[in-house]
Structure formats: C-alpha cells, structure tokens
Design a protein around this ligand. Structure first.
Ligand code: PGA
Length: 235
C-alpha cells in the first residue's frame, strides 16, 4: 500500500529533519514494505537517504525563471526529488490554481518522469447536488490529465473532509473509489481526515490502495502507527 503524509505549511526544516529521522528508524526497525511518501514544505526539502520517498507539495512547470514565490525543477533536482503532488484541494481552492495550470504542471512533470500524486475531490455543495453532478465535477478534474500515465497515483480527497474531522461513510468511499477506478487503473489513495482511529477501516476497503494524510500525520508517531496498520493488513 501507499501511505503518504502531506505536511503542508507545517514543520520547519529542523523539525522535518527530525520527523524523517524518526520515520526512517521506524521503517527499518519494523521492516516496513509499504511505499511511504512524505511531502514537506518547500523550504524543508533536502537530500534524503532512506526508504521514504520525499516529494514536493508544489513546483512551477519550469526549470527556473521569473516566477516569484515558486520553485522549479532545478530546486528539486538539487535534492534528487522526483515526486510531486499536483492538484491538491488547497492549491485549487485556497491558492486558486486553475485546471489549466494544473494540467500544465501535470504535462510538464510527467514528461520528466516524475511520480505524480494527483489529487481530486469535490466541495460539499457539489456532493449535496447529487451523484451525477458530483461525477461531472470530478470528471472535469481529469481534463488535460493523462490518466494512463505510468508513474501516476491518484488521491481522492473530498474537499469538505480535509482537515475537518468529517469523512464520507466507508460505503461512500468504497463506491466512489469503484467509480474512479473506471477512469484510471492508477493506484487510488483516499485522503480527508484519516486518523489512527479510522485508518484500518479505510485501508481495508476495496479499491483503496493507500492514504494521503495531513493533520493526523504531523506527529511522526501517529504517522508510523498508520503505516504499521497498513503493514499488518498485508501480513
Ligand atoms: P487531512 O488532510 O488529513 O488533514 O484531512 C489531507 C490532505 O489535505 O491531504
């Protein structure tokens, strides 16, 4: 399974290094065979030797250049980073990234062979408007995206479940994941208020290939417990 933590604008460079060092100790001690990804803040990116894969939460689709506040491939190359999160709901809804820009990033980073964790998800009012409208909304998030890209992981994260403690029911997650699997055979993660108390149930669902965790992964011990749950399910 794929277990990913999105640290967002949390944990400084020093705190991230401590986090990763604890994580690596755990991964070796428990001989973990799950795929573990960590997305630190841009200013906390660094070279990393270990089992966990480090990815960028965002980067501009350019080598470098006049893109104030952004980083480019050059900054990722410096640390050997070849994994990127694209389309996260906070980039779409808080920062205001359009599907056009998101698709440009996807195109650019897929051509470079990056592992892409591509996020999709609907706001609450869309979910309340019924299944057909919701699927239509999610379809639009595949516009300009190569759903057959070989190094793709998709993360379904309902916007209203992110950081709120609310989650869809297990049945809702399972049926939506079944629908989404028809659009792409890429591994499909669930994200949105996954925590130690619900992780086992979520990971056990059909068509859930892993999780993307924000708040509940900020404490490395908790993230490790979630990884261990995944490991136990597979054993
Ligand atoms: P959350 O965030 O676990 O805090 O809901 C998930 C995410 O944004 O990827």
């Amino acid at each position: 399974m794929i277990i990913a933590s999105n640290l967002k604008a949390n944990l400084t460079r020093v705190k991230t290094a401590e986090y990763l060092s604890e994580l690596e100790k755990f991964l070796s001690a428990k001989n973990i065979s799950q795929e573990v990804l960590v997305f630190p803040a841009s200013s906390s990116l660094d070279a990393h030797a270990g089992r966990a894969i480090i990815g960028a939460q965002n980067a501009y689709p350019a080598q470098n250049g006049a893109f104030t506040g952004e980083i480019g491939v050059e900054h990722l190359d410096e640390f050997g980073i070849k994994t990127i999160l694209i389309g996260h709901s906070e980039r779409r809804h808080v920062i205001g990234e359009s599907q056009k820009l998101i698709a440009q990033k996807f195109d650019f980073y897929s051509k470079l062979g990056f592992k892409i964790v591509y996020c999709i998800g609907e706001p609450l009012e869309v979910r309340k408007s019924g299944n057909e409208k919701m699927m239509h909304y999610l379809d639009a998030q595949y516009e300009g995206i190569d759903a057959n890209y070989e190094n793709l992981i998709i993360a379904y994260e309902p916007v209203w479940a992110i950081g709120t403690g609310l989650t869809p029911t297990l049945e809702e997650i399972e049926s939506l994941h079944a629908e989404l699997k028809k659009k792409s055979h890429a591994p499909l993660l669930y994200g949105g208020s996954v925590k130690i108390t619900n992780v086992k149930e979520v990971l056990a669902l059909d068509n859930v290939d892993g999780i993307l965790v924000g708040s509940a992964a900020l404490k490395v011990e908790d993230f490790c417990m979630m990884i261990e749950s995944a490991q136990n399910l597979e054993n």
